[in-house]
Ligand binder design. Structure first.
Ligand code: C6P
Length: 403
């Protein structure tokens, strides 16, 4: 893993005169040179619109775009390539399900089950449906250690049509038991959507083994570019759903009186798609395959253990969540130092972390912490960067005279 660092040119710089220590990977990941090159190569050589022109460039762009879809499908072990829909990001994937599935199959009084550890992107779309069509929104509680409270799952599933929850928490680091929840949800007749935003960079993901029906994620959080995401869904569900956005490329025939929609995935990709971004996401998948997801997971497992040990030694540090199954995401408070002050002090040392509510305000409320600091690691981080963070935290304690 020491060698992979050289693949990321952005990491080789100083910030405020110090070597950059980038520990904000849950917000967005950095991009290897191969990915940066892939986007430039697309624009340099085959830039054209897809699925439209009968000319060499358009055919090359269409081929590369569809090849990217095949790469993504293989990466997540999707049974069929047509089940991979390109979106803008995780948020759009969840909104797609809420609108195209939810508005067709949910009616007033139907329940959806979420959890208290969701990112706003998996809360607000359902709250909009609650406010607009009268569905009930329920929440699985979270234990003090940051695991989901599944003790009453069967009862909570009564009357539930859809269960939607995060694979890996962007605050607690918790990795949820997707299969267990999906099996229980299916036994209760519910459809299962998983928010995989924080998983793809860190774990091998197999949607068939997870047993879910939909899985949403973002390209920018897995070494790919911004502006591209993926919604995977079981073909039968995608076929039964309403379209999401209407326009070009998602139709077979348009007459003034009627319209015939295309089959998935085209049905959900109205308008000119993010072509360069999708192709570049394909390059990110190639890169991650090359490093190896199993190797990444093993490396991060050790790095997580190292970081946890060091963080626990810092006096006055309160870590949010302590789940046995967890990733390298550490949200914490330090004495009574405000997270924003902490982040500013660390930034002066070239250390990038996130501070605030991390777009999970109900979770912050659950832990009585409206704002926390968060360090999130990736496979290109090293133990020495954890040490730099720990030094920075001791410095903050001195500056704020916290003993
Ligand atoms: N979390 C973070 O700093 P988008 O913005 O659509 O690419 O991803 C949304 C999203 C959904 N679910 C989870 C679990 C997430 O962590 C995120 C994005 C970033 O934690 C930015 S708020």
């Amino acid at each position: 893993m020491r060698n992979v660092r050289a693949d990321f040119p952005i990491l080789n710089q100083t910030v405020h005169g110090r070597p950059l220590v980038y520990l904000d990977n849950a917000a967005t990941s950095q991009k290897p040179q191969a990915v940066i090159d892939a986007q430039a190569a697309y624009y340099r050589t085959i830039n054209a619109n897809v699925h439209r022109g009968i000319h060499a460039l358009s055919e090359a762009a269409t081929h590369a775009y569809e090849e990217a879809r095949r790469k993504v499908a293989a990466f997540i072990h999707a049974p069929q390539t047509e089940e991979v829909i390109f979106t803008r990001n995780t948020t759009e994937g969840i909104n797609l399900v809420a609108n195209a599935w939810g508005r067709k199959f949910l009616k007033a009084g139907d329940a959806v089950l979420l959890t208290v550890m969701e990112h706003h992107s998996n809360l607000v779309p359902w709250q909009i449906l609650r406010d607009q069509i009268g569905i009930e929104v329920r929440y699985l509680p979270v234990h003090d250690d940051g695991t989901l409270d599944l003790s009453d799952l069967e009862r909570r599933l009564d009357g539930v049509k859809l269960v939607s929850f995060v694979h890996a928490s962007n605050v607690l680091g918790t990795i949820n038991p997707v299969r267990q929840i999906a099996d229980a949800a299916h036994a209760a007749g519910a459809v299962v959507l998983v928010d995989g935003a924080q998983a793809l960079l860190h774990l091998p993901v197999d949607v068939q083994a997870l047993g879910c029906d939909f899985y949403a994620f973002s390209g920018h959080k897995m070494c790919g570019p911004t502006g591209i995401g993926v919604l995977w869904g079981r073909l039968a569900l995608l076929e039964a759903m309403n379209p999401f956005l209407g326009g070009g490329d998602m139709i077979v025939k348009v007459e003034l009186e009627r319209v015939t929609y295309a089959e998935p995935p085209a049905k959900f990709e109205a308008g000119t798609p993010p072509i360069a971004e999708a192709i570049t996401l394909g390059a990110a998948v190639d890169y991650l395959n090359c490093v190896g997801m199993a190797e990444i997971a093993a490396y991060e497992h050790d790095l997580t253990a190292y970081a946890l040990g060091k963080l626990r030694e810092v006096e006055g540090l309160r870590l949010l969540g302590n789940a046995p199954e967890r990733g390298a995401v550490f949200a914490f408070t330090l004495g009574n130092i405000h997270a924003h002050d902490l982040s500013t002090l660390l930034d002066e040392r070239g250390i990038a972390i996130r501070a605030g509510h991390h777009c999970a305000q109900p979770l912050g409320k659950r832990f009585g912490v409206p704002a926390s600091a968060r360090a999130s690691l990736a496979f290109y981080n090293q133990p020495a960067e954890v040490d730099a963070l720990i030094d920075g935290l001791h410095h903050a304690l001195e500056v704020f005279h916290v003993s």
